[in-house]
Write a protein that binds this ligand. Structure first.
Ligand SMILES: *Cc1c(COP(=O)(O)O)cnc(C)c1O
Length: 422
């Protein structure tokens, strides 16, 4: 496979962009390859600048549930562009998307649009602190909530200590209110609440963890979080940036039947444009300015082009609910092919159209067990897949996404490549 144009562009980009990329995982460092520069995408296929075609299971890390260049989305966006790109004044689309989100996710009675998932979670936490008048938050090791200072914490020596920042440039003082629990461990959460009780503003969780590879919540874990936050008067924040509109039209909260106080959205909600959102009950969301004292703003928040892409995507999902069965079945086919080929060499976690193949024989249920994976084996698997036209995430600790645009041809072609894995 010739990738000389990608290699050349990467070399040039490295001279003026840190690491040659605008988000670190794109640099392919975990798999020791040169990143592919993408020229275009249509449906479930992407084409790199050298003209190689791939079946895409990254789907832009989640937004692409309808596939690339979905006709109705592109047409709606073009039409919106003709009217102007941004006004910094309210538009009707913002009302329409807030109403549609409320219909699809009833816990989001009021929603504020922002421009990224990072912003959504950062603002949701500020709102929870404003609402409760408390400072501490609880997050889980291995859950990612964007790159804001207080959330760039995953390690930390045991659940009772305040978190240590994961990044240079984050003062330790900025993360001292971030308490870290173990995903799927009720005990670790109970211990934190025993010690910090009425100081905890919120527990923030990915209802299906998908940033340490996919790790589903154990039976009852989300309900446990609902109960303990209620008991201590803390808020429960579901970070549904990945799961929102991915597991069902109502996200993980509908899928598992547990309602959070605040939900954060991103990825699919923008239909391929830079969008995030946070929302919840009226009395919580009316803490936000200009009604309440929690300040949050954005020059391009609710941007009409971005709203058009998001709204068109959500409307399509809302009126084509059969998509969720289809992508679940297709993901199931891939899972079966992996199991038949790789057997006990791997542990597979799958929830609907979200899946991870971990190169470890043991159950992956939290960060520690995910870290047992053989990342060298993953890198070899990645190289084989890419070289055979299957584009998957360049890291063991990311999800595989299946879209509505993956048809029978793509699924059987992918299964064939899996069956020939060395
Ligand atoms: C991607 C992601 C974010 C951050 O969203 P950005 O748009 O990249 O800022 C936050 N939370 C979760 C669960 C995510 O997967």
């Amino acid at each position: 496979m010739n990738t000389s144009k990608s290699k050349d562009l990467f070399e040039k980009s490295n001279t003026c962009i840190p690491g040659g990329v605008n988000s670190p995982v794109r640099a392919y460092r975990a798999v020791n390859r040169t990143p592919l520069f993408i020229e275009k995408g249509k449906g479930s296929h992407i084409t790199d600048v050298d003209g190689n075609d791939y079946i895409d299971y990254v789907c832009s890390w989640g937004p692409g549930i309808l596939g690339h260049g979905k006709d109705i989305v592109i047409e709606a966006v073009k039409e919106a562009c003709d009217k102007g790109l941004t006004f910094g004044a309210p538009t009707e689309k913002e009302y329409e998307i807030a109403m549609l989100i409320k219909k699809m996710m009833p816990s989001m009675a009021m929603t504020r649009m922002v421009s990224s998932g990072t912003e959504a979670v950062m603002s949701a936490i500020r709102t929870a602190r404003g609402f409760t008048g408390r400072d501490y938050i609880v997050k889980f090791r291995g859950c990612y909530h964007g790159h804001s200072d207080g959330l760039l914490v995953k390690a930390g020596s045991g659940a009772l200590t305040g978190g240590q920042p994961d990044s240079l440039g984050v003062p330790a003082d900025f993360t001292k209110y971030t308490l870290v629990a173990e995903y799927n461990s009720e005990e670790s959460v109970e211990n934190i609440f025993k010690n910090f009780a009425d100081k905890i503003a919120a527990v923030v969780v990915e209802p299906v963890a998908a940033n340490m590879g996919v790790v589903p919540p154990k039976e009852g874990f989300l309900q446990f979080l609902r109960n303990i936050t209620d008991k201590y008067g803390s808020l429960l924040i579901f970070d549904e940036v990945i799961t929102g509109f991915r597991l069902s039209t109502g996200g993980a909260q509908e899928y598992y039947g547990v309602e959070p106080d605040i939900t954060t959205l991103g990825k699919i909600v923008g239909g391929g444009m830079p969008v995030g959102a946070y929302g919840g009950r009226k009395e919580i969301m009316e803490m936000v300015a200009p009604v309440g004292g929690v300040y949050q703003a954005g020059t391009l928040s609710g941007n009409p082009i971005a709203m058009t892409a998001g709204l068109t995507t959500l409307r399509y999902l809302d009126s084509h609910r059969e998509i969720y069965d289809k992508i679940d079945k297709n993901a199931q086919c891939l899972e079966k092919a992996y199991r038949e080929k790789l057997g006990n060499k791997v542990w597979i976690n799958r929830v609907g159209s979200l899946m991870s193949v971990f190169f470890t024989p043991e159950e992956v249920k939290d960060m520690d067990s995910a870290l047992e994976s053989d990342t060298k084996a993953y890198a070899d698997y990645f190289s084989y897949m890419i070289d055979n036209g299957i584009y998957i995430a360049p890291s063991q600790f990311e999800a595989m996404f299946i879209s509505d645009a993956h048809g029978d041809y793509e699924i059987s072609k992918t299964c064939e490549v899996i069956r020939k894995l060395p």
